[in-house]
Design a protein around this ligand. Structure first.
Ligand SMILES: [Zn+2]
Ligand SMILES: [Zn+2]
Length: 305
């Protein structure tokens, strides 16, 4: 039976914010970062943008660190981390044999799909990784059963997934995490760059798995908005086209620049800190305009004001 790492701290809910004894020390340190630990690149069968383009768009959206968690694959995450070592965590969203999804974070080797939930979790921990339960209730069939499977082995839980368009899925996920005293994060599950920034997590800075697990109980989940079922339809269409034609989006459209990771690190450091919001805040505006037309429109609005 896999060992759960996260149960050592006694977390409690203060208002809607998950924190633990001593959490204010972290909150006052000013070292909170914005992370999105569940998103996809073109190395997923239904992904779109190249790994490096994903990182560049995430930095532009105001995120400090991301985990690339392609379906049953880590090659894209390794590619991105080699170029942006400070910003990228290698992850994989693994399809277990029973259909439950588990994410391994801080991986060094690919984990094959089709194993049991318990064995998948064990293989993640054998690598020193973290077991992340994504969208535990967002399944078309037997959602409570899938959630039970994933939460039984999870170190951290996705309490808000921006692709979970049916509101009870996220509500049940965060409630189940609280009940089990597990940290609950918010992630975009972006398959397209324009989905980046719809959800993210603020938490004390970390570099490795141990530091992440120490920081996770102090996290704040920021769910800005959920998408519509359209994003799933688009992903299915892309997967079908790719399967039938062999087309590989992103791999030929990489926006690799000659700017190395250090330059992007500086750009991240220049970004002003944003006001922290407690708990799962559903806000109306994205954290940063993703597209040029949005920036132009915002500037126009400002100049009119
Ligand atoms: Zn999934
Ligand atoms: Zn996913």
């Amino acid at each position: 039976m896999p060992k759960r790492i996260s149960g050592e701290r006694a977390c409690k809910e203060v208002g809607s914010r998950a924190t633990c004894a001593g959490g204010t020390a972290f909150a006052d340190s000013g070292s909170m970062i914005r992370v999105d630990l569940h998103l996809h690149s073109s190395y997923s069968h239904d992904g779109w943008a190249s790994p490096c383009e994903v990182v560049e768009r995430a930095i532009a959206a105001g995120l400090d660190k991301i985990a690339i968690t392609d379906h049953d694959e880590i090659a894209g995450a390794l590619e991105a981390r080699s170029r942006y070592p400070g910003q990228v965590i290698v992850g994989e969203e693994i399809n277990c044999g029973c259909g439950t999804h588990l994410i391994g974070l801080f991986l060094t080797e690919r984990i094959v799909p089709g194993l049991s939930v318990e064995e998948t979790a064990e293989r993640i921990r054998d690598q020193g990784g973290v077991v992340y339960a994504p969208h535990p209730f967002a399944y078309a069939r037997r959602p409570a059963w899938h959630a039970e499977q994933a939460l039984a082995v999870a170190d951290v839980v996705e309490g808000f997934n921006s692709r979970a368009f049916f509101p009870p899925w996220n509500r049940k996920a965060s409630a189940a995490a609280r009940q089990r005293v597990l940290p609950h994060l918010a992630s975009s599950d972006a398959h397209f760059p324009w989905e980046l920034g719809r959800a993210y997590t603020q938490m004390p800075s970390f570099s490795y798995a141990k530091g992440f697990l120490d920081s996770a109980p102090y996290c704040r989940s920021i769910g800005l908005r959920t998408g519509t079922p359209f994003v799933h339809v688009a992903s299915v269409l892309i997967a079908q086209v790719r399967r039938l034609t062999g087309w590989q989006p992103g791999k030929t459209r990489s926006s690799h620049t000659s700017q190395p990771a250090a330059a992007n690190q500086r750009s991240v450091e220049r970004q002003p800190p944003r006001a922290a919001a407690g708990g799962l805040d559903v806000q109306k505006r994205p954290i940063r305009p993703q597209h040029r037309y949005l920036r132009t429109r915002n500037q126009a609005v400002k100049s009119q004001g």
